[in-house]
Design a protein around this ligand. Structure first.
Ligand SMILES: Nc1nc2c(ncn2[C@@H]2O[C@H](COP(=O)(O)OP(=O)(O)OP(=O)(O)O)[C@@H](O)[C@H]2O)c(=O)[nH]1
Ligand SMILES: [Mg+2]
Length: 329
């Protein structure tokens, strides 16, 4: 079957020949992947790029681990989702990490207090979500590895400093730098097709430092620019206000559901849920619980959402947050 590659593909392919760093190569290959039409005739080509990208990623990771000074290029995912904190210097990224997790990052009123990415786990009810603290993005400084890290994350928290005189210019500076690397921030409820997942990033915009005198002025300027598209969240990382609401929004932006598996006749254990993507079905769950279940599943009973009390559901049933499910084989 012919591949039918579009002209933009061949243009982009030329860039690959001149790319120098692993980060540049990965970015170009991700773009090439998004330009390849998805059908049987291109499966081999898609697989080729995916293999090359994963090889380059693991090589870069090893290199970063060997270099004493180089920051880590890639952070292995952990927990129910990976969320990256982004912002200008001093916007309060590390302060927020400190407030939301058990991590104890360096915090300072000078730029680049944080100089390497650093993951930390945030507890949300009965699951853990991985947050990544990062160095700031500035008009002069935005390394390819940093863009890569954002592209592979599941969502972004963009920190805005309400102590700033001009938060709109701050916002533009960040979005311009991201755009240079083909990253576009999008609102939290936007659906993203798999081909675009590296380039469109669901984002919560967080206005930090509400405790500062005069912060209301910056806040109203910022609101007039981005509300209601982004439904701005206002917090003080220092005084730890509004963090409960923020945590809920972080969970929601990941678009995942928690599901509890229950043995017939036994009580449900709610400590350690399975985590699935919104839209996943009972069959996805059966495959995860045990490989045999996908073949042998006869039916399931469900409790949850205030409307199910042990009713039977079939394989296509779409899982909902906090469902309790009893699989019968
Ligand atoms: N008043 C006030 N100050 C804050 C708040 N959050 C952070 N700060 C202060 O802002 C300064 C920068 O905080 P950091 O958390 O280091 O900021 P950062 O974004 O991690 O900075 P870089 O690592 O340089 O990018 C520190 O002096 C913090 O104490 C807040 O909610 N209110
Ligand atoms: Mg920091």
């Amino acid at each position: 079957m012919p591949a039918n590659l579009p002209p933009q593909y061949f243009e982009k392919e030329k860039e690959l020949k001149t790319a120098k760093t692993a980060g540049e190569k990965i970015t170009i290959m991700e773009e090439l992947l998004s330009l390849i039409p998805k059908h049987k005739g291109t499966e081999k080509l898609q697989a080729l790029y995916k293999t090359k990208i994963s090889k380059l990623r693991s090589q870069s990771q090893k290199k970063a681990a060997l270099s004493r000074h180089g920051p880590t290029f890639h952070v292995d995912k952990a927990g129910a989702g990976q969320v990256i904190l982004t912002g200008l210097p001093n916007s309060g990224k590390s302060s927020l990490i400190k407030a939301l997790t058990n991590a104890n990052p360096d915090i300072g009123d000078y730029p680049f207090t944080t100089h390497a990415p650093s993951p930390a786990m945030m507890m949300f009810e009965n699951i853990q979500i991985q947050l990544i603290d990062t160095p700031p993005i500035t008009p002069e400084y935005f390394e390819p590895w940093h863009a890569e890290l954002i592209k592979s994350a599941d969502a972004v928290l963009l920190l805005m400093d309400l102590g700033s005189q001009d938060p709109v210019t701050d916002l533009n500076e960040i979005t311009e730098k991201l755009k240079e690397k083909n990253i576009e921030l999008v609102p939290e409820d936007q659906d993203i097709s798999p081909e675009k997942q590296f380039f469109l990033k669901r984002t919560l915009v967080i206005a930090n430092k509400t405790d500062l005198p005069g912060s209301e002025v910056s806040l109203s300027v910022l609101r007039s620019t981005i509300d209601p598209v982004y439904n701005l969240i206002t917090i003080s990382a220092l005084e730890e206000t509004e963090l409960k609401e923020l945590k809920k929004r972080i969970f929601a932006i990941l678009k995942v559901v928690r599901v509890y598996s229950k043995m017939p006749g036994k009580k449900v254990e709610k400590r350690d849920p399975y985590v699935f993507r919104v839209g996943d079905t009972l069959m996805d769950m059966a495959k995860t619980v045990h490989k045999d279940f996908s073949q042998k599943l006869k039916f399931a009973r469900i409790w949850g959402q205030g409307k199910y009390q042990g009713q039977k559901v079939n394989q296509e049933y779409v899982l909902q947050d906090e469902d309790i499910i009893e699989l019968h084989i």
